[in-house]
Design a protein around this ligand. Structure first.
Ligand SMILES: Nc1ncnc2c1ncn2[C@@H]1O[C@H](COP(=O)(O)OP(=O)(O)OP(=O)(O)O)[C@@H](O)[C@H]1O
Length: 309
């Protein structure tokens, strides 16, 4: 039975990967649904590349299983269901961009028309350039063109914009966004947290081989303390006021130069209501933590738990 139409794009079932003594991926279960754009985050050595390599069929799990649209990783790869943009390797310096695309296309049983691939990957302005003369951003676009050849439903990108400048990164993601709108499933590993925030529907955070958080950035930051900031307009000393209010205002900082108070608390609404009703402040802002804070908080928590156990 063909299950590819209904199956998750990726199913990882209790996947573990060991390299000798190193536990690179530790009992990870995950389902990625068709059309999702998922960012894989985590500190160096968290297991992101190893996980993606197993999805691509480059390496086998030590335990557990991976499926791609209901197929084994190898079957999915040989059927052209999955395309990969990897950070380095794989290009021949002396070929032109166009020659590279045509050569790799000839290795596939079926591929999209070359002109369409060139257009969609945004390489048309440099198809006659030799690979060795291409910039980092152009090489990544070429790798992307190669990944698109079989019109794969799943694209795996391992740090696709590492080392690119901000403009090249933005251009790359604009192209990727167009692919996501076509309903393609995209899984990418990155160290650029803003990329994850800007382009992914879902973020999976790994540390020491395990998934330690899985959801939207909004989910991850929902219960985190927020930062309250306001101009202090009263003669009362802000620190004296904070002492009388109780634990929610502990850690309040008053900047005498700007005359603003700053406070990080889980009870921003309650504290703001107290300050406003007593006429102590104006120009109040409450800032929600971003992905950087969530990443730092969650990885620190995980590290502390591991060290304690
Ligand atoms: N072929 C290998 N042989 C031995 N150990 C390996 C091998 N590949 C990865 N590892 C180890 O497995 C762990 C996870 O590595 P992996 O490259 O998957 O992490 P990562 O999250 O992709 O890191 P980075 O962000 O630095 O690319 C690390 O401790 C790494 O040293």
């Amino acid at each position: 039975m063909d299950t590819s139409a209904t199956a998750p794009a990726i199913t990882l079932d209790a996947v573990t990967k060991r390299f000798g003594q190193v536990l690179a991926v530790d009992d990870v279960s995950l389902a990625v649904h068709p059309g999702e754009v998922l960012a894989l985050l985590g500190p160096n050595g968290a297991g992101k590349t190893t996980l993606l390599d197993m999805v691509l069929g480059f390496t086998e799990p030590t335990q557990g299983s991976t499926r791609t649209f209901g197929n084994s990783a190898k079957t999915a790869a040989s059927n052209g269901m999955v395309g990969a943009v990897l950070q380095d390797g794989g290009l021949l310096d002396d070929l032109t961009v166009g020659e590279t695309i045509r050569m790799i296309a000839a290795c596939h049983r079926w591929h999209l028309p070359i002109d369409e691939v060139i257009l969609r990957a945004g390489v048309m302005s440099f198809t006659t350039r030799k690979v060795k003369k291409c910039s980092g951003g152009q090489r990544q676009r070429l790798r992307f063109a190669l990944a698109l050849l079989t019109d794969p439903q799943l694209l795996i990108l391992d740090e696709p914009t590492a080392g690119l400048d901000a403009t090249a990164r933005n251009d790359f993601w604009a192209t990727m966004h167009a692919e996501a709108r076509r309903g393609r499933t995209i899984v990418f590993a990155t160290h650029y947290l803003r990329e994850a925030d800007d382009y992914a529907d879902r973020v999976v955070l790994m540390a020491q081989g395990r998934v330690i958080a899985d959801g939207s950035v909004a989910d991850m930051t929902a219960d985190m303390p927020r930062q309250l900031s306001a101009q202090w307009v009263s003669d009362i000393d802000p620190y004296v006021w904070a002492d009388t209010v109780g634990p929610a205002t502990q850690g309040l900082h008053y900047d005498a130069t700007t005359q603003r108070i700053h406070l990080t608390t889980a009870e921003t609404d309650w504290v703001a209501a107290k300050l406003l009703s007593a006429g102590l402040i104006r120009h109040l802002t409450i800032t929600q933590p971003g992905i950087e804070e969530a990443f730092f908080d969650l990885t620190q928590d995980h590290h502390a738990q591991e060290t304690a156990s």
